[in-house]
Design a protein around this ligand. Structure first.
Ligand code: AMP
Length: 189
């Protein structure tokens, strides 16, 4: 199963991606987690991306594309979370998967308002202490989502691949809605 999950930060993507990864027995590939690990380890990648990450800006496309190409190279299935965030990243992903004839099975969009997303992001400040959950960085990330990632959603929507789920419901309700959506999706010829 190859699943792409899209939605703004604070939409509950990470939580749902982990649940789906466990259900389907595939890795949860989250670019934000990969970057946080690199930052924590103080690797060359980590040192390079840290200031960008802390401002809530986007890491350059080429760097992210190389990273994901390497990470997905030997995977049959995955739940991809946090990538693609820009149209060039989406083009690269489609090309990558096209070359090996392993297209995405489904693109899920978790729909939440900016108000809910921002409230959740700022709530996470206290719980997880993420260094990019400051009010300024959180607002910046939402702005970039609308500007650069929504065109990615439109791109997949144009080819009819997007299933939208209301992300403002409770975690288990969202999980149930996703399960229904995937069941319907897999019945399609
Ligand atoms: P996330 O955990 O997905 O919210 O990602 C946290 C931060 O990592 C983002 O605000 C960006 O700085 C960076 N990041 C993660 N994925 C990408 C990506 N695909 N393209 C560019 N930057 C990314």
């Amino acid at each position: 199963m190859r699943i792409l999950i899209l939605g703004p930060q604070g939409s509950g993507k990470g939580t749902q991606a982990k649940l789906m990864a466990a259900t389907y027995g595939v890795p949860h590939v989250a670019t934000g987690d990969i970057l946080r690990e690199a930052i924590a380890a103080g690797s060359e990648l980590g040192r390079r991306v840290r200031p960008i990450y802390e401002r809530g800006d986007l890491v350059p496309d080429e760097l992210m594309i190389d990273l994901i190409r390497e990470r997905l190279a030997d995977e049959e299935g995955f739940v991809l979370d946090g990538f693609p965030r820009t149209v060039p990243q989406a083009e690269a992903l489609d090309e990558m998967l096209g070359e090996i004839d392993k297209p995405l099975d489904v693109v899920l969009l978790l729909d939440v308002s900016d108000e809910v997303a921002l409230r959740r992001l700022l709530g996470r400040l206290e719980e997880e202490g993420r260094s990019d959950d400051t009010p300024d960085a959180a607002r910046n990330r939402l702005r970039l989502y609308h500007e650069l990632t929504e065109p990615v959603v439109d791109r997949y929507r144009a080819v009819g691949r997007v299933v939208t789920v209301d992300g403002e419901q409770a975690v288990d309700q969202v999980a149930a809605a996703i399960e229904d959506a995937l069941r319907v999706g897999s019945r399609r010829p």
